[in-house]
Design a protein around this ligand. Sequence first.
Ligand code: PLP
Length: 393
Amino acid sequence: MNNRQLFLQHVAQTSDAPLALEIVKAEGMYMWDAGGKQYLDLIAGISVCNVGHCHPAVVKAIQEQAQQYMHLLVYGEFVQSPQVAFATALSGHLPENLSTVYFTNSGAEAVEGAMKLAKRYTGRTEIAAFNRAYHGSTQGALSILGDEYWRNAYRPLLPGIHHLEYNDFRSLDAITDKTAAVIAESIQGEGGVIVPQPEWIHALREKCTATGTLLILDEIQCGLGRNGTLWAFEQLGIIPDILLLGKALGGGMPLGAFISSHDIMWSLTNNPVLGHITTFGGHPVNCAAGLASFNALLEADIIKDVKSKEQLFLQHLKHPAIKAVRSKGLMMAVELENFAVNKKTIDYCIEHGILTDWFLFAPECMRIAPPLIITAEEIIKACKVICDGLDNV
Ligand SMILES: Cc1ncc(COP(=O)(O)O)c(C=O)c1O
């Protein structure tokens, strides 16, 4: 059997139609398959490779840390310098109340940790989340996921969850002094890039403050420069009580985080002790990679060009089949007639060396979320292939 057949036989599948490309190398904006074909990556491993694939500084940090030590002990017991350095660097670029970082294995684990933290700190049990929100695939994260089709098969889920409508003022009435936390994506990703209205997100912040509810902002997909500032909440003009990071945080290695004040985070230390336990969360090699990636993102000033690159995409994504383009920086949803048109165009793009995708709750939309290092030439080329693909459907 060849590798593809072994993959289908022995690696658990998540659908009956995986892309099943066999990638043998990835660097910067590109991937190469076993036959030597090159793909321009328009989705960055779903918003992960913000500084590009295998950034040399990230690779070097991984190699150096692997030679010092890898796993030592479960999270939280030893002073591990890669964790300390990365937590310090993150808090140095965050508001004062986001000073304490709990590193996790994944985005979903950060979501779980934040939900537990909010319950512990407030002594309340209810959590509010939004329709069309995606926060991960574990049981707690599924309970707050905003789409019944994807949730339904796993009931019973967590009790005390309220689903509200994003960008809807009246739904804020459901936030009361029984609500431990409201969790919202700063920009909804899987819903097809839904940007919050400024007045609404301010009203949400105010309602949380008035009711003693913690506001959790999920920037797992939209954070770390993707929308043109380091943090998405900077552009919203509000500050969360808990911030969630993941995906791009590890520079291509698995790493998530929930971040809050020292005071709030302290509630995980007592009664009972060890409020959140993780063996591999904040793995030293992953933290070293994350810090190298974070420094590369800041030092190369990659973020400052994100908005002009967004404009270039918008300028070149012109085709009668495109109904709308919703975007915030290099997080874009190209709305087409339906999933069939989208899928055909995606297949055409892949055939022509452009890797793109759709959204979980917006299958009629094409995902564009490339590494932030994409060049003007690559943007123009990608848009041409997409438009040619649309000519062919
Ligand atoms: C906004 C958001 N939150 C949470 C998650 C879950 O992250 P992970 O897949 O690392 O568990 C995702 C993943 O797509 C996401 O987009």
